[in-house]
Design a protein around this ligand. Sequence first.
Ligand code: ZN
Ligand code: ZN
Ligand code: ZN
Ligand code: ZN
Ligand code: ZN
Length: 234
Amino acid sequence: QATFIVFIFLRRKLFTLEEYEEYKRKVLPIRLRNRLYVSWRSPTGMDCKLVGPETLCFCTHRYKQHKTDYEVIPRDRPICVPCRVSHCPCQSYHYVPLNGTQPVRCRCKHFADEHSAAPGFSCNSCSKCSGFHSCFTCACGQPAYAHETVVETKEERLAQGKPVGQDVPYAAMGGLTGFSSLAEGYMRLDDSGCGKFQRQTGSIGVGFKTDFFFFQIPGYQHGPSLSKSILWTF
Ligand SMILES: [Zn+2]
Ligand SMILES: [Zn+2]
Ligand SMILES: [Zn+2]
Ligand SMILES: [Zn+2]
Ligand SMILES: [Zn+2]
C-alpha cells in the first residue's frame, strides 16, 4: 500500500540546546494545557468558521499575530486575544467573513477593512456609520452580524459537546480540531480520520533540531511530487 507522508515541522529557527530544553519545560506544557479555541458562532450554536493560525482578523492581521499563549487563562469572559502588531488598535481577535474572496460590506456600503479595528469599529471612509455591521448572509442562513467570535477553553468546549481535537504544541491553533475544519490546507489533528498521527523527534540538517509530526495517509502515492511540507511558524 502506497503512503502519502506529510511532515509538519515545528521549528524553523535554530535553538540552542538550552533554549530547546527551556522551551520543552516551560512553553510546551502551557500550550498543551491552555490552548484557546476560537470560532465564529452562529446564533444556532453552530461554529460556522473555525479560526486557524492564518485566519484574518477584522484588524487585517492573522490570528497567529494575536496573543494566543496565556500562561494562566484569564477568569473573565470573554477572553481577550489582542493583536500584537505594533500600533494595531485591535483589542481582541474578531473574525469577519469573506464574500468569496472579497471583503464583506458594512451597511454604510464601505468594506470591512475600511473600518477601524479599535472598539466600536467606526468607518474611516464616512461619518454616517455607527460601527461595522454586515448583513452578509452566512451559509448557515443567518446574517454575519448575528454571529459572534468565541474564544474558549478546552473544558468549555467539551462541556458543550464540541470537538477539541488532539492536544498539540503549535502556536495559534485557534479552532482547528480536525480535517473537516481545515482552512488554507492545514492538516487534520485528530485521530478520527484518514491519517494516522505519529510523532517523531529528529534533526534536519546541521544544528536544526526539530520535532515533527507526520501523517501517513493510505492510498496516496508517496513520491516527491506528492510529498508536501508545511512549515509552522512558532
Ligand atoms: Zn491587528
Ligand atoms: Zn485583530
Ligand atoms: Zn460602516
Ligand atoms: Zn462607511
Ligand atoms: Zn453562519
